[in-house]
Design a protein around this ligand. Structure first.
Ligand SMILES: [Zn+2]
Length: 395
């Protein structure tokens, strides 16, 4: 086992996948930046003498000890949203490497296999479906449905993974990989303003999903087409945005962050408008979207437009294993437990294995944006907490 002399930190990744146009980082599943980050992770794992393995679905595993059942697994993802921050994802991976270093420095040897996992395309920033790597692993998305997803340039997931040297024919539920996980603990930057102390433990994830609304009207000339003659899909599309805000009351959230009119000309009435709705609610996001869809459908009718609504992904409310949650909060000296509105691979894994999350304080409440931040001292507290948790679980 090689001793590590050089520290690993988030700063090592600072130059990979910077987005000059949007600010922050754009690192998407199997694109150049994400592949570079995978190479970085591979090198870091090898430097520590960890055995690196790519599973059938393009997730990376670095093993301390022989892969096998009852493994204690930690990790996160390396991809980002478009123009995202430095912490969402990479903090969990870097902290996992640092926690392993800390455990080795103190002479700890796990009595169970321990692994660091990097899940592929967690944000769905390229292929639209979040947590793609963990969904494929657990069978919560069918391989054909996943492999046929396309990015905005029309490249399919099958083509992208082939280009990265993976075999799409092997994609799909991986019972062997899944059965090895005894417990999964993901460390992640907290993404609201939910923590007043450096570290906390997650209790639940809001039900959430993504829907694509396609409004179809009649493309036409912006100057010669009388207002009375128009069937402009941008009208109901804008009503959808307003309906989403109206419907999101209490702890529900509804967001339109992406609108694509086609053909997209200044002097052209659009022929179609695609609008993506992200909806989350403690009472089940589908009810919320049903209500919003009704308003959108009525607005489409009034403008003589057609509307097709497709659900692109959905995840019900996740309650993390309460026994593990309480155990970890206890190991960490009674840190707070808190719910989150953000989705995570841990939320997908939770339906199959005992799963928990550690959150590191986000003092600004800003995430999925270049300004996302966590204090260096809080990040170090996160590493110490993760090391303590891994030691407790793997001893
Ligand atoms: Zn994340």
């Amino acid at each position: 086992m090689s001793k590590t002399s050089r520290m690993t930190s988030l700063a090592d990744l600072a130059d990979i996948g910077r987005d000059a146009k949007r600010g922050g980082y754009s690192r998407h599943g199997f694109d150049r930046a994400e592949l570079e980050l995978r190479e970085w992770f591979t090198a870091e794992a090898r430097r520590r003498g960890l055995d690196l393995e790519a599973d059938r679905n393009g997730n990376l595993w670095a093993w301390w000890g022989s892969p096998g059942p009852g493994a204690i697994v930690t990790g996160s993802h390396l991809d980002s949203v478009p123009g995202g921050g430095a912490f969402d994802g990479p903090l969990g991976v870097v902290s996992a490497l640092e926690a392993v270093d800390a455990l080795r420095t103190k002479g700890f040897t796990p009595s169970r296999p321990l692994a660091i996992v990097v899940f592929a395309e967690e944000e769905g920033g390229r292929f639209g479906v979040p947590c793609l790597g963990s969904r494929l692993l657990t069978g919560s998305i069918q391989p054909d449905a996943a492999l046929n997803l396309t990015d905005p340039a029309g490249v399919s997931l099958a083509e992208a993974v082939s280009g990265a040297g993976l075999d799409p024919a092997r994609f799909g539920r991986d019972d062997e990989a899944l059965s090895r996980i005894g417990s999964f603990v993901e460390l992640h930057v907290e993404q609201g303003k939910g923590l007043a102390v450096p570290v906390g433990v997650a209790s639940s994830i809001l039900a959430h999903g993504r829907w694509r609304f396609t409004f179809t009207g009649q493309g036409n000339h912006a100057g010669t087409t009388l207002i009375a003659d128009r069937r402009d899909p941008m009208l109901p599309a804008s009503q959808l945005v307003l309906a989403a805000r109206r419907a999101a009351v209490g702890d529900a959230r509804a967001t339109v962050g992406r609108v694509v009119p086609s053909p997209g000309g200044t002097n052209v009435i659009a022929s179609t408008v695609d609008v993506w709705l992200d909806a989350r609610s403690p009472t089940g996001a589908r009810d919320l979207v049903g209500q919003i869809s009704e308003d959108a459908r009525q607005a489409a009718e009034e403008e003589g437009c057609e509307l097709v609504v497709r659900e692109e992904s959905y995840g019900d409310t996740v309650h993390f294993d309460p026994a593990l949650r309480d155990q970890l909060a206890g190991v960490l000296g009674g840190v707070p437990t808190l719910p989150t509105g953000a989705g995570h691979d841990a939320g997908i894994l939770a339906a199959h294995v005992s799963t928990a999350m550690l959150f590191v304080r986000n003092p600004t409440g800003i995430s999925h944006a270049p300004e996302e931040y966590a204090e260096p001292d809080d990040c170090q507290a996160g590493v110490a907490a993760l090391a303590a948790v891994l030691e407790h679980l793997a001893r």
